[in-house]
Design a protein around this ligand. Structure first.
Ligand SMILES: Cc1cc2nc3c(=O)[nH]c(=O)nc-3n(C[C@H](O)[C@H](O)[C@H](O)COP(=O)(O)OP(=O)(O)OC[C@H]3O[C@@H](n4cnc5c(N)ncnc54)[C@H](O)[C@@H]3O)c2cc1C
Length: 406
């Protein structure tokens, strides 16, 4: 079995930025494993211009952004069409590729950067018929941008978080009419200008407090039944796009030895992006459902710093940990553990999200003493950041983050 210094599993923004940063830090023996035939991850099939501002200071289309990331890692070995099928303790990874079949490879350190997957209709419990034309944003983008197909003429989009707007832009690109964007909650999940953008710039009716009741059709979708304020009506359409409800892509991790966090759905990490087995590090959307590509990129680079330190034997040990957990109304918090002694934590932030709209105070305490708090009205899916640099650098027994309503 060949052992490399670093294996990077997944060639999306997190994996590629980690690889490029490791190379800058002088790590040479890196192999990237990617199941698709081309590196770049999700941005490869997001043809619209909504990438790169944060990391490259210019607006780029998804494919241009993906190519730039792949070029930055071009001196590093990328094995495409190689699927990771299992991981084992100590950085051992089982892979399969169509030419050489199953194989085993190892890394002194391994970055997990598998991204997310969308929840398909089959697990959403929507009643009605099972016609063709029901899809997710990712699948729609593959049809439109990679295969240059127009899968339907008139679509309804279900959901209103950030990626739903990616679906609207894709529909516009393909010249598919969007009959409505529907959202069960009282307001859109993405930030407010989003609904103005949908209505005014794209001409899409946005209907909040509206539930999808059933899908109708024979071979193809013919319409959907929706309910608003107790009244039902039918919208004629031949396509239905489910957006949101992402889950970290943990298919290969569920049966592994790594500790997963049921609230994020991804592996637990400490402040060094290190999983419960110190040979493994995690970055990007695998940590929690979807952030922007810029966030995944920054996480990949930050994880590279820790991996380089680990290879040099300079990363603090993972033996003593303080666990953090999210109590309602917080949905989750990560890193889920902090390795002791805390050492230098900057620029890491604890990140949290909330389950439902809540007004109150987000609070950080250590040893029963409040260190920081902020009054806020928090909305579901909004990112909450807690400055860890305020934690005492020495010994601490307990650290708590909570949201006090009222
Ligand atoms: C539909 C959609 C639209 C989006 N639109 C935008 C947008 O407009 N602007 C923006 O900033 N962000 C957008 N995002 C978010 C952005 O794309 C992601 O934040 C970013 O791609 C995350 O990077 P990542 O490296 O964590 O994961 P990904 O980009 O998902 O990359 C993960 C990689 O791992 C590979 N992989 C997975 N499992 C295996 C395995 N078992 N073996 C080998 N390889 C594997 C995958 O093939 C993939 O290449 C969108 C996301 C989605 C899903």
């Amino acid at each position: 079995m060949k052992r490399h210094d670093v294996l990077i599993l997944g060639a999306g923004p997190a994996g590629l930025s980690c690889a490029a940063r490791l190379a800058e830090l002088g790590v040479r023996d890196i192999v990237i494993l990617e199941r698709e035939s081309v590196a770049g991850g999700v941005p490869r099939h997001c043809g619209h211009t909504a990438f790169g501002l944060r990391e490259f200071r210019r607006l780029m289309s998804g494919p241009a952004y993906a190519s730039r990331l792949a070029a930055s890692a071009s001196n590093i070995g990328i094995r495409t069409r190689t699927t990771v099928t299992a991981i084992a303790p100590g950085g051992i990874v089982d892979i399969v590729d169509p030419e050489s079949g199953p194989d085993r490879i190892a890394g002194r350190s391994v970055l997990l950067a598998f991204g997310v997957r969308e929840t398909p209709r089959s697990t959403r419990l929507v009643s009605g018929d099972r016609p063709w034309g029901v899809t997710t944003t990712g699948a729609l983008q593959q049809f439109v941008y990679l295969e240059h197909r127009k899968p339907f003429q008139r679509a309804v989009v279900v959901g209103s978080e950030l990626v739903a707007f990616s679906a609207l832009l894709t529909l516009r690109h393909a010249k598919i009419e969007c009959a409505a964007m529907i959202e069960a909650g009282p307001r859109i999940t993405a930030r407010r200008p989003g609904d103005w953008f949908a209505r005014l710039a794209l001409g899409v009716p946005v209907q909040t407090r509206t539930k999808l009741i059933a899908i109708h059709g024979g071979t193809n979708v013919e319409g959907v039944e929706i309910e608003r304020a107790g009244r039902r009506r039918r919208i004629a359409c031949d396509g239905l796009i489910f957006t949101g409800q992402f889950r970290p892509e943990t298919a290969t991790l569920a049966a592994s030895h790594l500790a997963l966090d049921p609230s994020t759905g991804g592996p637990m990490i400490d402040q060094y992006w290190r999983a419960s087995d110190p040979a493994y590090f995690v970055a990007g959307n695998l940590l929690r459902p979807v952030e922007t590509a810029g966030v995944a990129y920054a996480e990949g680079r930050a994880a590279a710093q820790s991996i380089a330190a680990s290879l040099a034997g300079k990363l603090p040990s993972a033996e003593r940990m303080i666990a953090l957990s999210a109590a309602a109304p917080l949905k989750y918090i990560y890193p889920q553990r902090l390795a002791l002694p805390l050492g230098s934590l900057s620029p890491l932030l604890l990140k949290a999200r909330i389950q439902r709209q809540a007004r109150g105070r987000l609070r950080l305490s250590a040893g029963g003493r409040e260190l920081w708090s902020r009054a806020m009205t928090a909305l579901p899916e909004r990112r909450l950041s807690i400055p860890v640099s305020l934690l005492p650098q020495g010994e601490v027994d307990d650290i708590a983050v909570d949201f006090i309503e009222g």
